[in-house]
Each structure stands twice: as structure tokens, then as C-alpha cells.
Design a protein around this ligand. Structure first.
Ligand code: SF4
Length: 354
């Protein structure tokens, strides 16, 4: 396991680290805010100040008035987004610098600019990037009149774009883009996919084309298959199945409900006591929901217990304790000024959607 903290921290007992983290929090008071993503380990979420999905946390980072130090327990693109949105006198830290997102890495800028030149440079296309992308892609989107979205507001972002142009180029999650378009009633013959591995044979863009999808995916959410839903319904008659929109369309279309991580949390909350709910998303969130709702049966959809995001899992108590002990001296996330200004444009357009 890659760890940002030195060995001396890794070797300390969990209770000792928890006590040290609480002590630092008390000492720093309002100067410190710890943001934790829903997919973080339970013990990290319990020690944080605010838990949420990437949309909620980016809003919180933008609204943060008092804190001078923002520690983001999540993956790299999330801490970058917080850095872009917060004030210059605030600092943002990522407790484990190895915590990246493979999906965000699937849209490198050389491939994106090449694709844009091939299929989208006609002035009729607005770029939209999922929050799960590097600051450079967010900046590209901002510079080309587009905006960022999360799984909570993808449809609103598409509507925003269609009010301004004929088509959308959506990066980097093919499934979220397809599921959003499908949910809006856009037929398959108006949707194409650009595969950066086959840029020599790009999709044909016609007058009809409304959506160009980038061929990226989340390996955690694409691990759910239609047969998992069939098995779950056989095993638990009456089960409610809720999945994340990064899942493949066949899974999304046969689920009872689909939505962001915050939607999933609310969905579980709203089911009556005694219900059984099967969830197609990251394992740490599911296991926390099972703890938080002991009057309901909350199970992982595949039944195999395997949808773990190892990147989210990288952040340990040792990482958090080390980052807090050396606050300001280690693990700071910085973004180039020019990129920051353009990326902020695209993020602010998203925040204005509500
Ligand atoms: S769950 Fe998927 S999209 Fe989210 S951080 Fe992990 S790899 Fe990236």
C-alpha cells in the first residue's frame, strides 16, 4: 500500500493516531476544515468535519470562509478542485499524494486537444467535463466555453450546453455521459463515442450528432453486471436496487433508482425500516450505510464484496495524522495560476447551475 506518511507514523496504533488527530483538530479549531469523500475509510469519515460527494465538497470548499487550512481526504482531482475554488490565502492538502483517479487519468491533454481538433472544432460543440478530471482539462473546458458537472448535476449541465450549441463533447466517463443522454431521451443514433486509442478512425459527426462521448470509465462501477441484479432479486424478493450512473447502461436501466453518492445515501435513508437495499457503488460507502442503518439490510450489489476504490482507500489514519502534524510543510496541492483561472471559470459555471 502506497502511503504518504513516514514509517514511524504507519507503525503507530490506530487509537494513538486517532487521539493525535483529535488533538490537532482541537488545537487548530476553526482554522482547519477536514473534507471527506463518501468513499473514504470509515475511520477517516468519522474524524472529518464534512462528508459528501465531490459536488457537495466542492461547494463547501468554495464557501469556506473561516478555515485557513483545508485538508481534503479524497483523490487528487478533488483536492485540485478545492484549490481552484478557494481563496489565495487558504491552503489545500491531500493526505495521501498517491491517491489519484484512474478515470481522470484517461483523458490526458494531448489526446483531448487532438480529439477536439478532429471532431469538435466547428464552433457547434460545447465541452463538458466530469468533475473527475485534471485541472488542465477543466481549464481547457473553461477556455472553450464549457463547464464541469458531477453525477448530481450532469443533466442540468447538458441542458446548459444545449442552450448554447448544437452538441456536447463529454469527458471522460462514457457511461455517465451515455446514461445522462439516455435519461434525457436522446436517441442512440445521435450519440457517438470518441476512442482516443483509435483516433485515426474517429466517429462520423453528422448534423444529427448531439453527444460525443469520451471512452473513459471507472473500473469500480463498471464491475457491476446485469446478472448481479437478477441474482439479487432472486435472493431478496422485494429488494430495492440503487446504482451510481458510472455503471454500464444495462445495469442503470434495470435498477430501481440511479443517482450520485449523495442520492444513494438519501435513498437508503428514505426506505422504510425492514427494507433490503442492494447498492451498486463503492464498498466503503456501502459498509458505512450498513452501519448507519441497522434497521435495514444494506448489501453490496455484486454480492462479491469487490467494488473497492483502492485510491480512495489509500488515505490512512497515519497519512492524516502526519499531514496535520506538519500542516503547511507537506502534501500541499498547488495549481498553476493560468490553469487555475481558466479551470475556475468552468467550475463556477457549474456552481451557478443551481
Ligand atoms: S470510484 Fe472510480 S471514479 Fe471514483 S475515484 Fe475511484 S476510480 Fe475514480
Amino acid at each position: 500500500m502506497y502511503n504518504s506518511a513516514p514509517k514511524i507514523y504507519q507503525n503507530r496504533a490506530a487509537d494513538d493516531l486517532k487521539a493525535a488527530i483529535k488533538e490537532r483538530k482541537q488545537l487548530l479549531g476553526g482554522k482547519l476544515t477536514i473534507l471527506t469523500h463518501h468513499y473514504q475509510r470509515k475511520e477517516i469519515v468519522r474524524l472529518g468535519d464534512i462528508v459528501g460527494d465531490s459536488y457537495y465538497l466542492s461547494r463547501k470548499a468554495a464557501e469556506e470562509k473561516e478555515a485557513r487550512f483545508i485538508v481534503f481526504c479524497g483523490v487528487h482531482f478533488m483536492a485540485e478542485a478545492a484549490r481552484i475554488l478557494c481563496r489565495d490565502d487558504q491552503q489545500v492538502f491531500l493526505p495521501n499524494l498517491y491517491a489519484g483517479c484512474p478515470m481522470a487519468d484517461m483523458s490526458p491533454m494531448n489526446a483531448v486537444t487532438r480529439a477536439w481538433g478532429i471532431v469538435a472544432g466547428d464552433g457547434e460543440t460545447v465541452p463538458i467535463s466530469y468533475m473527475n478530471s485534471a485541472a488542465a482539462l477543466k481549464a481547457f473546458v473553461g477556455d472553450h466555453g464549457g463547464l464541469i458537472c458531477t453525477s448530481s448535476n450532469a443533466q442540468k449541465a447538458f441542458e446548459w450546453a444545449f442552450a448554447r450549441a448544437k452538441r456536447v463533447f463529454f469527458f471522460p466517463d462514457e457511461n455517465l455521459g451515455y446514461n445522462t443522454a439516455h435519461g434525457m431521451g436522446i436517441p442512440d443514433n445521435q450519440i457517438v463515442t470518441f476512442d482516443p486509442a483509435h483516433s485515426a478512425t474517429p466517429p462520423e459527426i453528422t448534423d444529427k450528432t448531439r453527444i460525443i462521448l469520451w471512452k473513459g470509465y471507472c473500473h469500480v462501477h463498471t464491475s457491476f453486471r446485469p446478472e448481479h441484479l437478477v441474482r439479487m432479486r432472486e435472493r431478496f424478493p422485494g429488494v430495492k436496487i440503487v446504482v451510481h450512473p458510472e455503471c454500464i447502461p444495462e445495469v442503470v436501466q434495470s435498477a430501481d433508482a440511479v443517482g450520485s453518492t449523495s442520492f444513494i445515501v438519501n435513498f437508503v435513508d428514505q426506505q422504510p425500516a425492514g427494507s433490503t437495499i442492494a447498492i451498486g457503488t463503492e464498498l466503503n460507502l456501502i459498509s458505512r450505510l450498513a452501519d448507519d442503518f441497522p434497521d435495514k439490510t444494506v448489501v453490496e450489489l455484486s454480492g462479491k464484496g469487490c467494488p473497492l476504490c483502492v485510491n480512495m482507500y489509500r488515505t490512512t489514519l497515519a497519512d492524516l495524522a502526519y499531514t496535520l502534524d506538519f500542516l503547511g510543510q507537506t502534501n500541499e496541492i498547488l495549481v498553476d495560476e493560468k490553469i487555475k483561472n481558466s479551470a475556475r471559470l468552468s467550475l463556477e459555471r457549474m456552481l451557478e447551475l443551481d
